[in-house]
Design a protein around this ligand. Structure first.
Ligand SMILES: Nc1nc2c(c(=O)[nH]1)N[C@H]1C(S)=C(S)[C@@H](COP(=O)(O)O)O[C@H]1N2
Ligand SMILES: [Mo]
Length: 396
C-alpha cells in the first residue's frame, strides 16, 4: 500500500508539473508545432501522459496519417493495470433481467452470432482537458487533443446476444463490467459503464448500437485496447466502451459503478446532491482541432489540416469547418477531405497565403444536427468534453 501511494504521488507530481507548463503555454497559443510532433512520431512515440496506469496519446499530426487510425497510433486510456486474461478459460456472462443467463466462451460467441463490423471514432471525455483555464486546476490526465482515434471494430452485435438471452420487459439499461481492478482510497473495484437498453438494441444504417468487439482494424484486438473482448458504443464517450469485458448485466437502472454513478458527469461543485441529480454523460460532443500545417515549396501558401467529429447522435455528419485568422471576426470554410460517416471523424484542410504564418488560427465546426462549437466550454469539475474553438499559432 505504501509503495502504491508513493508511486501514484510521484506520478501526480510529474503530471501536475507537465500540466502547468502546458497550460501556461496553451493560452492563447499552443505549444504544439506541427513539425516537432511529426518528428516524435517518426521515432515511434506516443506522448506518455501517465506511466502507471499507462495513458498516452499520439502527437496531433499523426492523427491525420490515416482516416482509420493505426492500432499503434491509437491512444491508450486505462484507469488501472491491464489485466492478465486467461483466454482459454475466458467467459462472458450475461445476467440480470434476462430469461436465460449466459456464460459464453469466445469460440461460442463467435460461432453463435453473425460477425459484424462498425467504423467508429472513440474519444476520451477528457480529451483537450488541458485547455480549460489553468486557474481552475482541473485534475486527471492532462490530455492535449490526441485522446481520439477512428477504427473498424469487428465482433458481434450486442443486440443479438441480448435477444438470445431474452430481455425482460422491465429492463432499461445494460451494464458492462471489465476484468481490470482499480484501487482508489483502499477500495478495489472493476471499471464499469452502462448504456440505455434502447441504444443497445438500436441499429443505424452503418452500425449496431453497440458491439462486442474482438478485432480492431482487422487485427486481433490488442491487449491494451481490451483483448479478448471489449464493448464499442459508437457515438458515446470512450468511457462507455468497456475493455476486457467480463460481465453484462441487464437492469432497470443505470450501473452503480463509480464511473457511472460518481464521475463522467458534468458537475461544477461535486456535492453528493449535485452528483446524484446529474445524469451520466453518454454521447460525445461535437469537436474540431487543427493538427498540422505546412508551407508549400514556393513558400506562398500555408495549408492547415485537422479533424472534426460530429456530436455522437445518430446520423450526425460534419456540415462545416471554419477557420479564422482574426480572432473570430471573419471565417474561411475548410474543405472536407476524408470519408464522412456517422459516428466518425472527418478530416479537413484549408489554404491561406503565406502571410498567415505567425498568426493565430481558430477552428470551429458545425454538424448536421445544428450543433455549433462554442467559443469556450463552460467549466466542469472534472474537465470533460472540452470543445471550445481550438487555437494554435502558425509557426513554421
Ligand atoms: N475495463 C476498462 N475499460 C475502459 C477503461 C478502463 O480503464 N477500463 N477506460 C475507458 C476510457 S475512459 C476510454 S477513453 C477508453 C479508451 O480506450 P483505448 O484505451 O482503447 O483507447 O476505454 C474505456 N474502457
Ligand atoms: Mo476516457
Amino acid at each position: 500500500m505504501q509503495a502504491h501511494q508513493s508511486i501514484s504521488r510521484r506520478v501526480w507530481l510529474q503530471q501536475s508539473a507537465v500540466g502547468m507548463t502546458a497550460a501556461l503555454a496553451m493560452k492563447p497559443t499552443s505549444l504544439l508545432r506541427g513539425d516537432e510532433k511529426a518528428a516524435d512520431l517518426q521515432a515511434g512515440k506516443l506522448i506518455v501522459r501517465q506511466e502507471k496506469p499507462f495513458n498516452a496519446e499520439p502527437p496531433l499530426p499523426a492523427l491525420l496519417d490515416h482516416w482509420l487510425t493505426d492500432n499503434e497510433t491509437f491512444f491508450h486510456r486505462s484507469h488501472g493495470s491491464v489485466p492478465a486474461v486467461d483466454v482459454e478459460n475466458y467467459r462472458l456472462t450475461v445476467e440480470g433481467l434476462v430469461d436465460r443467463p449466459l456464460s459464453l466462451s469466445l469460440a461460442e460467441l463467435k460461432s453463435m452470432f453473425p460477425t459484424v463490423t462498425a467504423t467508429a471514432t472513440i474519444t476520451c471525455a477528457g480529451n483537450r482537458r488541458r485547455e480549460f483555464p489553468p486557474e481552475k486546476k482541473i485534475g486527471g490526465v492532462q490530455w492535449d487533443a490526441g485522446a481520439i482515434g477512428n477504427a473498424e471494430w469487428g465482433g458481434v452485435a450486442l443486440a443479438e446476444v441480448l435477444k438470445h438471452a431474452g430481455v425482460k420487459p422491465e429492463a432499461k439499461h445494460v451494464w458492462f463490467d471489465g476484468l481490470d481492478e482499480i484501487t482508489e482510497k483502499d477500495h478495489t473495484f472493476s471499471f464499469g459503464a452502462s448504456i440505455p437498453l434502447e441504444k443497445a438494441l438500436s441499429a443505424s444504417r452503418f452500425t449496431p448500437g453497440a458491439l462486442l468487439a474482438h478485432t480492431m482494424n482487422r487485427q486481433p484486438l490488442p491487449k491494451d485496447h481490451g483483448a479478448p473482448l471489449r464493448g464499442i458504443v459508437p457515438g458515446y464517450i470512450g468511457a462507455r466502451s468497456v475493455k476486457w469485458l467480463g460481465k453484462i448485466t441487464i437492469s432497470d437502472r443505470p450501473s452503480p459503478n463509480h464511473y457511472v454513478a460518481d464521475v463522467y458527469k458534468l458537475v461544477t461543485k461535486g456535492t453528493p446532491e449535485e452528483v446524484e441529480a446529474t445524469s451520466p454523460i453518454y454521447t460525445h460532443a461535437l469537436n474540431s482541432v487543427s493538427c498540422r500545417w505546412k508551407l508549400d515549396s514556393t513558400k506562398t501558401c500555408l495549408t492547415v489540416s485537422g479533424f472534426a467529429l460530429p456530436s455522437g447522435q445518430v446520423d450526425g455528419l460534419i456540415q462545416r469547418v471554419e477557420c479564422s485568422l482574426d480572432d473570430g471576426r471573419t471565417w474561411t470554410t475548410a474543405r472536407l477531405i476524408s470519408p464522412q460517416r456517422e459516428f466518425c471523424w472527418a478530416f479537413w484542410d484549408v489554404t491561406f497565403p503565406a502571410s498567415a504564418v505567425g498568426k493565430s488560427l481558430l477552428v470551429k465546426a458545425t454538424d448536421s444536427h445544428g450543433e455549433i462549437q462554442p467559443r469556450e466550454m463552460p467549466y466542469n469539475l472534472k474537465g470533460y468534453q472540452y470543445n471550445g474553438w481550438h487555437q494554435v499559432s502558425l509557426n513554421v
